[in-house]
Design a protein around this ligand. Structure first.
Ligand code: AKB
Length: 313
């Protein structure tokens, strides 16, 4: 069957690289990028692009019909730090966009959905180390509540209507192509920019804030990997734990110092500290590894080398 992909939120941190990766994998005209604003020149010139508000069901449906879309990657969301400032906007965006794609699939208009969840579904009462797939989940952030609720709906639509929805719980993602926006883990990207430019960084989390993280290349591998796995391999329909690396600000600073010895870090924790404190330190992702063959490649020092090389160009 012919595959036609729609990426919603294609201009964000993940969407930008996912669009490029999928256009390289399939013919560019088979991957339709969309976002609420236009993308950069590379995005606009490398394949079809549509302006789309993910909350507007009719416009979404028009695009799905126009391009005969089969698979949707819903990458539009408001992340943890921004969501604390705009709770209702975050709730509306994160939930309405999900219902729009779930309902399209329920009504037979698309075949398959990728929807990202997050480590934010866990909360202060969750076991922090090697957090299991199934455990206490009492998220204390607006973003986490929206992701946990979204997970329940994904599972419901799968069980009730047979919707083929697939999801992973992203940790913090690190990349050099597009900046993240509004997340608590964003420091782990910003620190590389500041290391190159100023040789110092003031961190909004404290030195001991260990969080699960992942290099973008691994995140793309996980995202495309779960979407391409045989349907029978996907046994969890809320969302899979996926892990890669865990580090704290002191450890990423030490990794940077292997290349920039004079680099220094200081700490001025703000409201994002409480968010970080509520999240796991590391993730047990054995079910993703067993069910559909997830495996990460990049460790902290591999990632630091690639980040500094590419941002220093
Ligand atoms: C955030 O920090 O909000 C995100 C996430 C962990 O989902 N990067």
């Amino acid at each position: 069957m012919k595959k036609r992909i729609l990426i919603i939120g294609a201009c964000g941190q993940i969407g930008t690289e996912l669009t490029a990766r999928l256009r390289a994998k399939y013919a560019p005209h088979k991957v339709i990028a969309s976002d609420i604003v236009e993308g950069d020149t590379a995005m606009m010139q490398s394949g079809p692009f549509e302006i789309l508000d993910a909350m507007d069901y009719d416009s979404l449906q028009d695009i799905v019909i126009k391009y005969e879309i089969t698979d949707v990657y819903l990458m539009a969301a408001m992340l943890s730090a921004t969501a604390e400032k705009f709770p209702m906007r975050a709730w509306n965006l994160n939930m309405d966009s999900l219902f729009n794609v779930l309902n399209l699939a329920r009504d037979g208009k698309i075949n398959k959905i990728f929807w990202p969840s997050s480590i934010a579904v866990f909360g202060p009462t969750t076991p922090k180390v090697n957090t299991p797939q199934r455990t206490i989940m009492e998220p204390s952030t607006v973003y986490g509540i929206s992701k946990q609720t979204g997970e329940r709906w994904c599972e419901y639509y799968n069980k009730k209507y047979g919707v083929d929805v697939r999801s992973i719980r992203y940790p913090g993602l690190i990349s050099y192509t597009t900046l993240p926006g509004g997340g608590t883990t964003d420091y782990a990207v910003d620190i590389y920019y500041k290391a190159i430019k100023h040789k110092k960084y003031i961190c909004f989390l404290n030195a001991e804030s260990t969080l699960p993280m992942m290099f973008m290349d691994d995140a793309l591998k996980a995202t495309i990997g779960i979407m391409e796995a045989p349907e029978s391999d996907i046994k969890i329909r809320n969302s899979y734990n996926v892990g890669a690396i865990s580090f704290n600000p002191e450890e990423i600073a030490a990794s940077i110092r292997k290349h920039i010895p004079e680099f220094s870090i200081s700490y001025e924790p703000d409201f994002r500290q409480a968010i970080a404190d509520s999240w796991p330190e590391s993730i047990d992702d054995s079910l993703a590894r067993e069910d559909w063959g997830w495996d990460h490649k990049y460790e902290l020092d591999d990632m630091t080398k690639i980040m500094l090389e590419n941002l220093g160009k």
